[in-house]
Design a protein around this ligand. Sequence first.
Ligand SMILES: *[C@@H]1O[C@H](CO)[C@@H](O)[C@H](O)[C@H]1NC(C)=O
Ligand SMILES: *[C@@H]1O[C@H](CO)[C@@H](O)[C@H](O)[C@H]1NC(C)=O
Length: 473
Amino acid sequence: MAERNPQSGFAIRKALFVWFGMAIILVVVSMLYIGSTGRPRFIDRNLLPSEKALSIYEIANSRFKNTTQFQSNNCNPEDAILKLYMYDLPPEFHFGLLDWKPEGDSVWPNLHGKIPNYPGGLNLQHSIEYWLTLDLLSSTDPTRSNPCTAVRVTDPNQADLVFVPFFSSVSYNRYSKVIPPEKISLNKKLQQDLVKYLTSREEYKRSNGRDHVILAHHPNSMLDARSVLFPCVFILSDFGRYNPNVANLEKDIIAPYRHLAKTYINDSAGFDDRPTFLYFRGAIYRKEGGNIRQELYYLLRNEKDVEFGFGSIQANGINKASQGMHGSKFCLNIAGDTPSSNRLFDAIVSHCVPVIISDDIELPFEDFLDYSEFCIFVRAADAIKEGYLMGLLKGVGKERWTAMWERLKEVDRYFEYRYPSVKDDAVQMIWKALARKVPAIRLKVNRLRRYQRFGRGLKESGDDGNFPIISGF
Ligand SMILES: *[C@@H]1O[C@H](CO)[C@@H](O)[C@H](O)[C@H]1NC(C)=O
Ligand SMILES: *[C@@H]1O[C@H](CO)[C@@H](O)[C@H](O)[C@H]1NC(C)=O
């Protein structure tokens, strides 16, 4: 007889109830995990490409963490997103070039004493080597009072990347002359010595340099060594004077120039408070690639409210150039000898909307920042058409201009070099940009090791490196 057993009916209801309960718990848990943003909450924020995504992460995270604690007031190696091993190169490669003399047997200045100055004037625009090295040195200082993005580690096996503290820009700027009886300049000799040093190191050999970070912000720095050190990650101002096999956007980092104009602090000078419509400062006649400047000059010189400041910011006086940019709505950036210049960064910190006419320019942190929010890009071929540029800029209007100006006031902090560095300044932005390269570098290095560990060395291992012509040695 199929008489219903009350006991088994109860068991079925109980089982259904349990299943239903588990389903509800699963739904609730998954909603919590995904969060209202539709993004998983527990993600590596270094992998997030845009600033907006970052802030979503931070909002989500703040529900769990007391952010005051999270941004601990010194450098906590656990919070740093990049671990760097730094070679203790002799002082002649770094602070010695700033006329610093070592005391005792330390190759580094005592950060609690007087910190050597970087030479001023135009030298400063390429001073990234100085700010990055100081930040790394201070990352292990127990008295450091601000959080860090990168931390220096003493064991190369613990490091994400290896940092090479050669101040190549100041070496080029100050030591390029051959002084008899020497046959070559100090700049050239240091590069030769650096190559010998690096290529003899185990840390270099194990990756063939791929995880090494080389500073070469001045377009002419590392001219002799670059083609040998091509597998390394370069930190550059642009790729204008590089063979694409040696430097490219895939493996290298573009860093901002250190601006020379004054940052416009508490800027309340909006559209109607900036009398100059379009401002340009720089040399009009350039040796190479600068023809467009001349053409634009002849097109624009008779336009109303267009101001040309000739010569470098030095010749003009930093105050005068700052005033010019602080009082202008738009600032022109025209390609010169190289696609980039410090002028763009002067315009950004002056909150003068940059108008970029440089087809080959590459911009810092562009995997994070959308420059079209605060810059106007014009193709060179269009810019020299009669009436085109002024027509375009006149059409922007007060409302759109003001939106760009507001954005400039938010982003200017990404372009400030400081020591001690602060959150989201240029130093920490460069470290973050490097951290975003680490997974791709690790992939390359690990692939390289497939046959290396027990094989016959690099060149037979199927390494993809086509060794370019080695010049200068
Ligand atoms: C967060 O942590 C800081 C430092 O420990 C503490 O002073 C502050 O009161 C905390 N804030 C909250 C909201 O818990
Ligand atoms: C900017 O404004 C703040 C707050 O009003 C003030 O404390 C600071 O001194 C100002 N800075 C400059 C350079 O004017």
